[in-house]
Design a protein around this ligand. Structure first.
Ligand SMILES: Cc1cc2nc3c(=O)[nH]c(=O)nc-3n(C[C@H](O)[C@H](O)[C@H](O)COP(=O)(O)O)c2cc1C
Length: 190
């Protein structure tokens, strides 16, 4: 069973993180899940769903949930085998922590170890517009080996629903973690 680390932060777009976790477990991946302190509050505000209720809806055998401040968690160590990591959505604040290597919580630390282990780390950044600090941090994160994937759905597939827009972003992100698309949207064809 392959493990994927999913970090959900306090950027807008909790729906991306929720869908990402649901898709991964539906495909039989084991999810190592961490939500930041503000991430949990934004999730509950945007989705009008208690985070605990979401957690309890997931198959227990495929979810390892950790507190954001549990730096003793297995995913804090590069010796714990995982396929890769996605931070979805990723706030500008978490991007800055990852880019600078300042690991204050478990999301920062797990990203740090996956980058040093040269595993895929995808940061689904959600902020607009960008200031210079954001742009510099994006460059630093890319230089460290991360994929920075703005939460910016495409419209060439003529999406009809919000779910289709969400699936576009989730599929693009997971493609970069897993090395293959899960086929959540139809790729570009004329
Ligand atoms: C409702 C709400 C929406 C937010 N949206 C964003 C956002 O889209 N992008 C962002 O970078 N920060 C956003 N923030 C601010 C972050 O939550 C804040 O910077 C926080 O400290 C990020 O911490 P975290 O990355 O540990 O979750 C939002 C905050 C709230 C309350």
């Amino acid at each position: 069973m392959e493990r994927v680390v999913v970090g959900i932060t306090g950027a807008s777009g909790s729906v991306y993180g929720k869908r990402c976790v649901e898709v991964l477990v539906s495909k039989g991946f084991s999810v190592e899940l961490v939500v930041s302190e503000v991430g949990k509050r934004v999730f509950e505000y945007e989705l009008e769903l208690p985070f605990e209720e979401f957690l309890s809806s997931l198959p227990e055998d495929l979810i390892n949930f950790y507190s954001h401040n549990d730096l003793f968690a297995p995913i804090s160590s590069g010796s714990y085998p995982v396929k890769g990591m996605v931070v979805i959505p990723c706030s500008a604040g978490t991007l800055g922590h990852i880019a600078s290597g300042a690991s204050l919580n478990l999301i920062h630390r797990a990203a740090d170890v996956n980058l040093k282990e040269r595993r895929p780390v995808v940061l689904v950044l959600r902020e607009t517009p960008l200031n210079r600090v954001h742009a510099e941090n994006i460059l630093k994160a890319i230089d460290a080996g991360a994929t920075v994937l703005p939460a910016s759905p495409a419209f060439y597939g003529r999406p009809k629903t919000v779910e289709e827009l969400v699936d576009f972003v989730v599929d693009r992100a997971l493609t970069h973690v897993l090395g293959k698309s899960l086929g959540l949207f139809r790729g570009w064809t004329l």
